[in-house]
Design a protein around this ligand. Sequence first.
Ligand code: GLU
Length: 310
Amino acid sequence: MRARIALMATTLLLAGCTEAPPTTAVPDKPVEIQKSQAKAPEKCDARASFRPTGALPAPGRMPAGSYMAEIQKSGRLILGTSQDSPLFSSRDPFTGRVVGFDIDMGKLIAKAIFGDENKLQIKVIPHGDRTKQFDDEGDKVDLVINTMTANCARWAEVDFSTTYLEAGQRLLVAKGSKVDGLDDLAGEKVCAAVGSTSLANIAKAGPEAVARNGWGECLVAFQQNEVAAISTDDTILAGLAKQDPFAQVVGLPFTEEPYAVAISKEHPDFTRFVNAVLEQSRRDGSWKDTYVKWLSLLGPAPQPPAARYR
Ligand code: GLU
């Protein structure tokens, strides 16, 4: 039965690869702690972003000279994300479209710029390179929304919006297993996506961290018994558990993962604009509607995370 489900998951993954497949190679072990963490500033308030300047401009009338005006002129907002993070950004096998909470956050921003949420272009990016998407002028994205934790190491490379969702790392194991924490898995293999904060946390806790290109690939590795468990944000694990009746999420969250939109350091005006859109979504109920639409399996919608500014 496990093998059959693995086959289903593999088929879904392959079906999801018809457009713009991620280009990262499957990393070989051993997994390294992300290099950028070594040069992380000792202290920063990773949740604090730039304060919006006044009210949002009317859609379709972005201020001259702003980065938003450039986006408006280009006719679409380019969002970098993954295609296999269930509930957040995953390809619907029936329509071929990438859908989820993160995509809907992108739609709110597209709507604020154009008055049309469909002027959003999804670019599937390698999970391990989420902070590198703004470098290449020819093939750049305008923002990355991808279950991405704002932390001090990443702030050294990109700017972040205010927090749009709070998550925490937990563990997914086979149903009936007595394991309820990474401590119980010393010497065992535990999967996480390349370049994720989760991978480094697994390595720190003792198990052997196994990197895969995304969460879908971790689920396949788990279903094929290549790894004993998957450990990442509770939000993502809930989506994986929904796809596998033989999996369960266990233990308490043991990290804080504040999700934020990543934006190039060259466009602080755009970060302020995105923060104004997030403020509006907290006030007008669209944040809550999006939570209910995608994340109800986590329980009733909490209050949206309050904005913090630096
Ligand atoms: N939120 C964590 C991160 O940004 C783990 C989830 C993920 O990588 O998708 O690294």
